[in-house]
Design a protein around this ligand. Structure first.
Ligand SMILES: NC(=O)c1ccc[n+]([C@@H]2O[C@H](COP(=O)([O-])OP(=O)(O)OC[C@H]3O[C@@H](n4cnc5c(N)ncnc54)[C@H](OP(=O)(O)O)[C@@H]3O)[C@@H](O)[C@H]2O)c1
Length: 311
């Protein structure tokens, strides 16, 4: 959804309740979505959250999803929770049956999983990697034949279906594949597409972002407690303030600076606090944090690609 203000696009937002993006110039093959089967190879925290989200949203039924993990203990937990087929040591069997194969082991394991399944992959299947810092080229280097590959960066609020997910894809990905990938991720959050070179910035902003916001909430709580509020009241007020402010930004579609100005009464309490935040460089600090984290993610990506190349 593009928002136009003063004749210029202001924001681009894709919300999970918006319809999927459509390109009117191209014909989508709606059959691709029928009988969709998804394999989630490595259903840990992130893969498990995606599994729960797609089942809850009805993207697939439990008969049409297969998860794999390493330990029987984790497999049993997932079976009890979701009632779907969960295999240990069954990456090949799971991948063979699926149209979409999600790679959700730790990043250094993903190339090994691709090697393990590569001879049973078919060009009409779709690979979707969740692995942080793992370039598409590294995954492609492990394939026997070209196929659609998506690289995504979700974040941890997918566990409450409020994730922020950005993804990019290789040149074999077609619009109908993108429709399916969108459907899958929109079950657990808001979805954006970016160029692959922007994935490090995504990692720094929304991938790591929940940790920064948890710190903000933690500090709000401490501030309330310092001023005499109970821990419980402080926590409820802090979490709802962050949730409410984010929702207000989204729903008003106004720049946050405008919203900030609207609540800043001349000579009032808010401007006194804002002055204090500016004195300590709040905005500059956050911009620097994202800049530094982007550089670090870029570096990690190079190191990971190097390690995979060295075997
Ligand atoms: N967590 C996040 O906030 C986050 C954010 C963005 C991206 N990601 C990406 O998501 C991926 C998963 O991260 P995570 O935090 O969910 O890790 P995790 O909880 O450790 O999950 C990894 C899962 O992979 C399973 N596994 C290990 N080796 C396997 C193999 N050879 N075949 C099949 N399954 C195997 C493990 O099974 P067992 O449980 O039985 O050991 C585990 O369930 C990573 O690539 C990460 O970069 C995570």
């Amino acid at each position: 959804m593009s928002v136009v203000r003063n004749g210029k696009p202001a924001f681009t937002q894709l919300h999970n309740r918006d319809p999927p993006p459509q390109d009117p110039q191209r014909t989508y093959n709606s059959n691709v979505g029928q009988q969709l089967k998804i394999a989630i190879l490595g259903a840990g925290n992130m893969g498990g959250a995606l599994l729960g989200g797609i089942l809850k949203a009805g993207v697939v039924t439990k008969e049409n999803v297969i998860a794999t993990v390493r330990s029987e203990e984790r497999a049993n937990t997932l079976r009890d929770q979701f009632g779907c087929l969960v295999l240990t040591g069954g990456n090949r069997a799971a991948a063979e049956q699926a149209g979409v194969i999600v790679l959700s082991t730790k990043p250094h394991i993903v190339p090994k999983v691709v090697e393990e399944i590569r001879d049973i992959l078919r060009p009409e299947q779709v690979l979707v990697s969740l692995a942080a810092a793992l370039p598409i080229a590294v995954i492609e280097s492990k394939l026997s034949a070209p196929m659609p590959v998506f690289r995504s960066m979700p974040n941890i609020p997918v566990v409450v279906e409020e994730g922020a997910i950005a993804y990019c894809f290789n040149r074999h990905a077609r619009p109908e594949h993108q429709v399916i990938v969108d459907r899958m991720f929109r079950a657990v959050g808001v979805v954006c597409t970016v160029e692959e070179e922007m994935m490090d910035a995504v990692t720094a902003l929304s991938g790591s972002g929940p940790a920064y916001v948890y710190m903000v909430i933690e500090a709000f709580i401490a501030g309330g407690v310092k001023m005499g509020l109970s821990r419980e009241v402080s926590t409820r007020l802090a979490e709802q303030t962050v949730l409410g402010a984010a929702k207000h930004v989204r729903q008003s579609m106004l720049h946050p600076a405008i919203l900030r100005d609207e609540v800043t009464t001349p000579g009032g309490t808010t401007i006194v606090a804002i002055h204090e935040l500016e004195r300590h460089g709040l905005r500059s600090m956050l911009i620097s944090a994202i800049e530094t984290a982007t550089k670090h993610a870029k570096e990690r990506s190079k190191v990971l690609a190097q390690k995979v190349a060295e075997g």
